[in-house]
Design a protein around this ligand. Structure first.
Ligand code: T3D
Length: 267
């Protein structure tokens, strides 16, 4: 009797195309609910992407009809970690990695984003939603508090009071409202979503990668700094940007009235 080889679908699918690395959460039967393997693999893929010159933009999206339904609730019982230990082991390193990554991270929210999946959706540098996507701060339904950065991000986007209401009532926010509330930057039609995301990401990948890295660094620091500190930080990082070949290319292209070419093999 011959036995078929057992093949396991990867929990994170990776695809590199035109300098855009797409990381797809791949547990569609559970709306990409997160288990430890998914969270640790996603974090590791992001860290590896940071070191790869061929990757200029990272996209995080979901397979199937969901983006991410948060913690896999079937994976919790019998866990040998406290909640605190688990957050420090899985979700917190993921969110910190996205924030600290020296490349733009786009969250391409293709469907429902719930719980820690909502936090992940909000954690992108740019958030692109499909028309049919939605977000639910679902934690209070299971009598937990919002985590994975939602208590930090959401009030900065919608204010304390709206954030508290969304968290307390676990109301579903649909794409049209999310756009008005600043939870996403763009909404694309469902049927062209993946192509629209790729086209958007490729546009971003053609921008000056080194300058964008420094811009992200300055903006992230400024979120928790005073104006004086931000001015000092800008002065330091502007020198780093000005000393880079990208700046010379940008100025040269302007003077020559030609498009700047910011993509070079050596990065
Ligand atoms: O360290 C720690 O553990 C603490 C960290 C916590 C972080 C968190 O994220 S806590 C919040 C956990 N997430 C949830 O509570 C969400 C639970 N899911 C839902 O409320 C609903 O599924 C949705 C509102 C997201 C979507 O509803 P709907 O009607 O579109 O889909 P559905 O039918 O409920 O789900 C489809 C399938 O996915 C279903 O499986 P089945 O019946 O077809 O075999 C469902 O059980 C499964 N699924 C959805 N969410 C999860 C899940 N399975 C495991 N865990 C889930 N979170």
């Amino acid at each position: 009797m011959t036995s078929e080889p057992v093949t396991h679908e990867p929990v994170i699918r990776t695809e590199l195309k035109a300098h855009v690395l797409t990381l797809t959460l791949n547990r569609p039967d559970k709306l990409n609910a997160a288990n430890d393997e998914l969270l640790l693999t996603l974090t590791r893929e992001l860290q590896q992407a940071d070191a790869q010159a061929a990757v200029r933009v990272v996209v995080i999206t979901g397979a199937g009809r969901g983006f991410c339904a948060g913690q896999d609730l079937g994976d919790v019982s019998g866990r040998d970690m406290t909640f605190t230990e688990h957050l420090h082991h899985t979700y917190n390193p993921l969110i910190r990695t996205i924030r600290g990554l020296g490349k733009p991270v786009l969250t391409a929210v293709n469907g429902v984003a719930a719980g820690a999946g909502a936090s992940l959706a909000l954690a992108g540098d740019i958030r692109l939603w499909a028309q049919g996507a939605s977000l639910i701060e679902v934690f209070s339904n299971i009598a937990l508090i919002p985590d994975s950065g939602s208590t930090w991000t959401l009030p900065r986007l919608v204010g304390y009071h709206r954030a508290f209401e969304l968290m307390a009532l676990a109301e579903r926010v649909r794409a049209e409202d999310a756009l008005k509330m600043g939870l996403c930057e763009h909404v694309f039609p469902d049927d062209t979503f993946r192509d629209d995301v790729q086209a958007y990401a490729e546009r971003l990948a053609a921008r000056p990668a080194h300058a964008l890295k420094l811009t992200k660094q300055a903006l992230v620091a400024a979120l928790t700094s005073t104006l004086d500190e931000a001015l000092d930080q800008e002065a330091i990082l502007q020198q780093v940007a000005g000393d880079h070949w990208e700046h010379e290319e940008g100025v040269g292209a302007f003077k020559a009235k030609r498009p700047a070419q910011f993509v070079r093999e050596e990065g």
